[in-house]
Structures are given as C-alpha cells and as structure tokens.
Design a protein around this ligand. Structure first.
Ligand code: 3H9
Length: 702
C-alpha cells in the first residue's frame, strides 16, 4: 500500500502526520493509516484531542489520481471521513502546506482548522472533470454560503491561507511552527470542554440561501461562458443546490455521490486526468536524467522586437528576468518597446496589474542596436523572420558576442536548427525555443533539440519553460517540428473541402462545435491572408503553380480582403468587431474557383468535414512518433492543446484517436485514400501496426 500516517503522543494529544511524498495524496496506505490512527486515538483514554498534519511541503494534495484508473486497496475515503466526522474527540487540522481537493475535504471533516500563511487551499476537481466528492460540495456551502462556495469550487483556483481565513474556511492563521500551533489550538479546545464542531450540523448559512435561485442561474451562466462544453460544472451546481435546498446532510451527500459517479464515468474526466499526467510526463526526457546540471538563467537577450520578440521579452520580464532586446534600427526598436509598454498598460486598464508592476517590468528591459550588448546574457533568442540564410548569418553574429556557456536559441517555427548550429563553433549550445503567438499568452514552448545540443542545454531549456510558466515539450529537429508538421494536413484539407462543396462557414462551424476556439478560415482571417499571397508574389510564383488550396485566399487578397486587418477576408467584420459575418460574395468566389479547377461540387456532411480535418493530424502524429520526433503520444497531445487550441476535454489528438477506436480511424483513412488519394491519406505504418495488434497509442507509453 502506498503512503503511511505516523502516530505519536504529545501529552494528551495524538499527532497524526500524513507521509506520502512528494505531495501526500490520499493513497491506500494513507487511508489505512488514517483509519488505524483514529481507532487508536479513540481507544486511548489518555488522548483528549487529535491533530492531523502533513509531512513535507503538502498537507494533502487530494485523492490519489493514479488510483482512478484501477482497483484501489485499503479502506474507502468516505468511511475514513465519516469516522473522523463522528469522532467525539476533537480533531484539529494543522494545514502545513497544499490542501487540495480531497485534502481540503479531509480538513473540512476535522472539527477545527489552523493554517500556515503560505499554505494554499483549493478544490481543483473541476479542472480534472470532477467535483469535490468527499463532502466538499455539502460542507463548504454550510461554512461560507452557496455563492462563495460556487465561485470557489467552479473556479478550481487555490487561495492562500490568510484568504481562506477571511472566507471562514479555516479558523486561524498561525505563523511559525504549524504543528505547535495545531497542538496549542487543541489544548485550547480541551480547556474549553473538548467540544466538537461538525460542519455537517451547521444549517443557518445554507438556510439563508434557500429561495435564492438567482445564485444558481448566475453560476450556470458564468460557467457556460467560461467552461464551454464542460460536463462537471453543472454537476457541481446541482450538488450545491442540494446542500441548500435539500437541507438534510446525508441526502445531500447521496446526491454528491451520484453526481461524482457520473463525472467519473464521463470521457471528459478521462481526458482531463490524461492531461494532468501528460503535463508532468512531457518534462521527463528519457536520455536526459533528472540530475543533469542546469545553467542559471539570470539574464536574457532577444533579437528582434516585433510581435514575437516583444512577446518573448515579456515572458522573461513577467518572471523578473532582465532582458536586453535588439533591433538594428532605432525606430523599429522604439516602436517594439512601445508596443510592450502598451500591452502592459492595457493590463493595468483591465485591473490585472498595477502601474508600479509595469514600472518594475519595464525597468528590467533594455533596448539596444548593438550585438555587443548581448554579451552578458545567459540565453540569447533570435526572433527574426523565417529565412534560413538570414538566421544562419544571425547565429554567426550571436556567437561572436555571446559569453561562453550561454544558450544560443532560435524561435524558428520549423527551420533546421542544425544548419544554424553549424554556423557556430559551439553547436552543443544551440537549441530551438519555439514560442507561440502571442508569446506572453500561449502556454506552449516547443523545445527543439539539434543533433549536437548538449543534455545540459536541453535540461536548462525545459526548466526555463517551467520558470516562464509555460509547458515545454521536446521535439526532434525535422521540418515543422511536431506542431507545424501536423498542422499542414489540417489546413490543406480545409482548403480542399471548400473546393469540393462545403462553405468556409460550414467547416469553421464544425470545428467550433468540436471545441476549437476558431475554425481554420477564422484563423486565416486573424493571421492575415496577405502573408502567403505576398510571399508567393515575391517568389515570382506563376498563378498556375499556386496550390489549389490557396487559390480562394489569393483571390480575396486581389480584392484587398486581407482578413480582420482590412475588416474583410473570408468573413466581413463590422466596424470594430472581431466577430465575423458570413458573406455570400465569398461563397460565390469559392464556387467559381471550383468551376475553374473543374471540381464538381457536392454536399459534404459535417462528419466527413470533421474527420478529414482531424484525421491527418493523427496519421501524421503516428509518423512523427515513428520517426522519434515526438517522444510519446502525450507530447503531441500537450503540443496541440497548449499551442493550437485543440480542446482540452478531448485529451489531445492522440488520446482522442484512442477514444474513437484506432481501427475506426484507420478504416476512415483508408476510405479517404480510395476516394481522394495522395500521401496525406497513406496510412502511417505505426497506425496500421497498432490496429493489427489491437493496441492504442496509450499502450506506447505504459
Ligand atoms: C480529488 O481529490 C477527488 C475528491 O474530491 C473526491 C474523492 C472521492 N494524486 O505537480 P507536481 C504527483 S481529485 C496522485 O510535479 P508541484 C504528480 O503526478 C484530486 N499523484 O508537483 C507528480 O508525480 P511525478 C484533487 C499526484 O509541486 C508529483 O506528485 N487534487 C497528485 O509542482 C509531484 O507533482 C488535485 O487536483 C494526486 N492528487 O505541484 C491536485 N498530485 O513526480 C493535483 C500530484 O511522478 N496536484 N501528484 O511526475 C497538483 O495540483 C500539484 O501536483 C501540486 C504540487 C500543487 C499538489
């Protein structure tokens, strides 16, 4: 059994310490230890009260999530909690550190709670597609009222100890030795007669919330907006409604159990828990051990202060790392730094930052037009435009000034890192750090290892990602890396489908319904249709050589419809609006283009649209795995969810493929190959192999 609970007597107080490193989840051994410790304390006449605390940095991180997928041993959590609640000897929770989910619910079963000021408490179950299923939805409203309880449970966000005290979740904030404070609190309770205070018996607060249906209407509206397509929020609201309206605690607990079971069985729960472990898994690189020495990153240099360079600079400034940003032209430098300042000012206007915080961050930013000024940076990242020759020249200049041991990085979204490394005499220091736009917002950092990149540089870059509040995924060095390599098929299919009969609006709607934040044509409008069009013009490409999937976009550009920036593209954007409206004129252009290309249009149903857009991601994903560009399927899932807006509740393209059944996915890919042909529909050998063996992508990880 995993984990244990230490038991010791401190005079007339039994001290129980949960020990299940690193974060004390409620694994089987912990539940057993709680049950045993409690029986022992109740049977010992010398014990007048019990104090419960955690060893190390956490009180309890919640239920053991890894037990959700299998059979668990030991006593059930509910039985342990009921025994604690029923205890006639007072129990004090001494919350030393993180008390999340089931951990906070354990504390709410204790009769009193003291907390260290640094300890965060939270009920993050909603983020895992769950609800607090150990009495949290019934006890918290009895303590702090339905409105605050709903806010707290539906957000899933932690709050610090002092805030928990302010809300009334804990009784006391104690500086210094938290165990001593817990024992002192217990002694005070003993001196006052040893009364137990059970939250289950508190009814006044919820009674006051009865006949206030507006509380629940507001929660439903807000969660529909913030957590589109999520299953758990409605279950949470129903549980809190029960706490308020049903009144009887045990009846409320029964409803909580039923709703918890529904969440447990829901595919979203499986997907979100997959994401939880995947985020931690991607940090592990098989050939880069955890104890690989890492470099200290105390100063950064960024080359280019355009959209990407400015956003990357902000990532460092936001975590207190000074940045020197370079533009060769003073005017461009001033403009770029002005944009950074304006972005921060907008945060102040929205109440998300103070003016002082902006001053501090801007105080860490130095602009320069001279490469020499990058000589003290621990990492130098080039964020100039995508041209390999220019990048190679830039790396020569970086190497001439960078200090020994500095990391030399490129923000390229798909060019050859080894070519850049070869331009220097220290290829072991060269790596790709691919940020996604807007860099200060998007969570993904694609770290690209070159052939000669050192393990220390890889380990430092992965750690840097975490420091910058990103999720870093390691990719091999091949065109497009993981993310953009997979994307090609998705966008090309969207382009083909509209020529064969769908409208751009049908395609976008199908993908929006699936849960993408925007469809491919809305995305084109946002990025700007003119980028590709101009590049094709500059390269002197003949009209007949333009890929057919770009023909409609190029025609729109000829009409100066460049997308959102000109208020017209695939959509029309009424003055000042980012919500586009469908335009029959565009449908006409699409139909004309089909006719010019001799393509007969037909009705394409939504199911085909979805599969033709998403299955290329899976097929190419399988190739990327086979080639070792991505280490595991979860690296692709994390990339797509954090960098490309793939809906989190699906668990990412590879996890979603497993859920569809790989044999079904392969059958459709073969069907499309017969109808449409082309490399894109050639089944990846790995996909065929997995289907032949009756296996899933997940099986590659276990
Ligand atoms: C729940 O409680 C349901 C109940 O309401 C009802 C039940 C009936 N279980 O994140 P880290 C592992 S649902 C198992 O890198 P940090 C994690 O995988 C639960 N394992 O550290 C990692 O393993 P490895 C509600 C867990 O300091 C290691 O611990 N609770 C659990 O950056 C270190 O984790 C939550 O949702 C767990 N509960 O952050 C809290 N938690 O080293 C989830 C962690 O092998 N946890 N591990 O990769 C967290 O938010 C963060 O882990 C925490 C620490 C803030 C605690």
């Amino acid at each position: 059994m995993k984990g244990t609970v230490h038991y010791e007597l401190r005079d007339n107080v039994a001290l129980m310490t949960i020990d299940n490193p690193p974060v004390n989840p409620l694994s089987s051994g912990v539940r057993q230890g709680l049950a045993d410790g409690l029986s022992k304390a109740l049977a010992d006449d010398q014990v007048a009260a019990i104090v419960l605390t955690g060893a190390g940095r956490a009180f309890i991180a919640g239920a053991d999530i890894s037990e959700f997928s299998g059979k668990s041993e030991g006593p059930g959590l509910q039985d342990c909690l009921k025994a604690m609640d029923d205890s006639d000897k007072p129990i004090v929770a001494a919350i030393n550190g993180t008390a999340f989910g089931g951990g906070l619910e354990v504390a709410l079963c204790c009769h009193y709670r003291v907390i260290a000021p640094t300890a965060p408490v939270g009920l993050p179950e909603v983020k895992l597609g769950l609800l607090p299923g150990a009495g949290g939805t019934q006890r918290l409203p009895r303590l702090i009222g339905a409105e605050k309880a709903l806010d707290f449970i539906l957000s899933g966000d932690p709050i610090p100890g002092p805030k928990a005290a302010e809300l009334g979740i804990v009784d006391e904030v104690a500086d210094g030795d938290i165990v001593a404070a817990g024992i002192a609190y217990a002694q005070k309770v003993i001196a006052d007669g040893g009364k137990v205070r059970r939250i289950r018996d508190e009814s006044a607060v919820v009674a006051a919330d009865r006949d206030r249906p507006e509380l629940f209407d507001a929660a439903r509206k807000s969660s529909a907006r913030r957590m589109r397509k999520r299953f758990a929020p409605e279950m949470i609201i129903q549980c809190v409604e029960a706490a308020v309206n049903v009144g009887d605690f045990d009846a409320g607990m029964k409803i909580e159990q039923e709703c918890f079971a529904k969440c447990m069985q829901h595919p979203q729960r499986q997907a979100l828990i997959h994401m939880f472990f995947a985020e931690r898994e991607v940090a592990k690189i098989p050939d880069v051990p955890r104890d690989t020495p890492v470099l200290n990153i105390e100063q950064a240099g960024v080359i280019g202060c355009g959209t990407m360079g400015g956003g990357i600079s902000m990532c460092f400034l936001n975590v207190g790392i000074p940045v020197t940003v370079l533009e060769l032209d003073q005017e461009a430098l001033d403009r770029g730094m002005g944009v950074i300042k304006r972005n921060y000012d907008i945060q102040v206007q929205r109440g998300r930052m103070t003016a002082e915080e902006v001053d501090t961050r801007m105080g860490l930013l130095t602009g320069t037009t001279s490469y020499e000024d990058l000589g003290t940076a621990d990492v130098v990242i080039e964020a100039i435009y995508e041209n390999i020759d220019v990048k190679v020249e830039t790396f020569k200049r970086i190497e001439a000034v960078a200090k020994p041991g500095a990391i030399l990085a490129s923000n390229t979204s798909g060019l050859d890192i080894d070519k850049m490394a070869a331009a220097t005499s220290r290829p072991e220091a060269v790596i790709g750090l691919h940020f996604f736009s807007p860099a200060n917002v998007m969570r993904l950092l694609e770290v690209v290892r070159g052939e000669k990149t050192s393990k220390s540089v890889i380990a430092t870059s992965m750690q840097l990602g975490k420091k910058l509040n990103k999720v870093a995924v390691l990719s091999g060095n091949a065109p497009g890396f993981i993310g953009n390599r997979l994307l090609g098929g998705y966008t090309r299919q969207a382009g083909e489908i509209i020529l064969q009969g769908a409208t751009p609006y049908q395609v976008d709607n199908v993908l929006l319904k699936f849960g993408m934040p925007m469809g491919p044509f809305q995305m084109n409008d946002l990025v700007g249709l003119d980028l590709g069009w101009r590049a094709r013009k500059l390269s002197g490409m003949k009209p007949e050589d333009v890929p057919i999937t770009a023909r409609v976009a190029d025609k729109l550009c000829e009409l100066e419809r460049f997308g959102q920036k000109t208020s017209r593209g695939f959509y029309i954007y009424p003055e000042g609006s980012r919500a586009g409206q469908a335009d029959p004129e565009v449908v006409k252009i699409v139909e004309e283009t089909s006719a010019e290309l001799g393509i007969e249009r037909r009705e394409i149903d939504d199911d085909e649209v979805l599969k033709r857009c998403l299955y290329p991601l899976i097929n190419e994903g399988a190739r990327v795995l086979e080639e070792g560009i991505a280490i595991r399927p979860c690296d692709i899932d994390i990339t797509y969810i954090n960098g490309y807006g793939f809906p989190e509740v699906t668990g990412g393209p590879m996890f979603w493929a497993d859920q569809q059944g790989l044999e079904n996915v392969l059958a459709d890919i073969k069907r499309f190959q017969e109808i449409y042909g082309g490399d894109i529909w050639k089944p990846a050998p790995l996909l065929e192999k997995l289907v032949a063996q009756g296996k899933t992508f997940a099986s590659l990880q276990s």
